[in-house]
Design a protein around this ligand. Structure first.
Ligand code: MD6
Ligand code: FE
Length: 219
């Protein structure tokens, strides 16, 4: 597919080509890229969560994270008093993390490819659930051994405000609204860009949440 790198008007008769925004060198928001697969992805999330429940990790400093997380794939991201790391087993059950659903692998690879990253083979998928009070402060994803591979991040459920900065924590940030079906891909010169989630949009009477799937090559 062809990327609409500058967010300019695209041919709206071509429904197979979603619009995309360039966030920076090697970093793109693929608008609506996963739109047609949201129902199937949600069912696969529920299957993963049935095997490895969502939980609130403790930060190394001992604070409970507001985002609830679990993993699927060969390795999963873990945080506790000992620090951040990837591990092959769920510390809650001592079982290996559930395998990555085929729908997840195919979507992640297709999104990476659309952003120019060939042969992306994720071995880790974080499943993140954001309720209305959840946020993720500005951070880098840098616990992965292979920083040559991109990050692919898929949004489902409630819209969120994503914060996109630079490679230094003090760099200027911009706010990007992520709607369900949007996929963000970042790698290359943008691989270590600071980013975060300011919050999700919704009303407190609704039981809705945001899910995010984050794919990496971790080891
Ligand atoms: C997002 N998530 O939810 C972006 N990073 O759109 C992240 O940047 C992220 O959810 C590390 C761990 C969990 C995350
Ligand atoms: Fe992150």
């Amino acid at each position: 597919m062809t990327l609409d790198l500058f967010g300019s008007a695209h041919d709206d008769t071509d429904h197979d080509t979603p619009a995309s925004d360039a966030l920076g060198p090697g970093a793109f928001v693929l608008r609506g890229f996963a739109q047609s697969q949201l129902t199937a992805l949600q069912a696969d999330i529920e299957a993963v969560v049935a095997q490895a429940p969502l939980r609130h990790w403790l930060t190394p400093g001992g604070k409970r994270m507001s985002v609830a997380m679990t993993n699927c794939g060969d390795v999963g991201w873990i945080s506790d008093r000992q620090g951040y790391r990837y591990g092959t087993h769920d510390p809650l059950s001592q079982h290996p993390w559930p395998s990555m659903p085929a729908s997840f692998v195919a979507l992640a690879r297709r999104a990476a490819d659309a952003a120019g990253y060939r042969d992306f083979a994720p071995d880790a998928c974080l499943v993140n659930r954001y309720s209305l009070d959840a946020r993720l402060t500005l951070h880098q994803d840098r616990d992965e051994r292979d920083l040559g591979a991109p990050i692919v991040s898929v949004s489902l459920g409630l819209p969120a405000t994503f914060l996109w900065g630079g490679v230094h924590r003090s760099d200027r940030t911009r706010r990007v609204r992520l709607a369900p079906g949007d996929v963000v891909v970042w790698g290359g010169p943008s691989r270590l860009v600071y980013h975060g989630i300011v919050g999700v949009e919704g009303s407190f009477d609704a039981q809705a949440v945001r899910y995010n799937l984050t794919f990496r090559r971790a080891r």
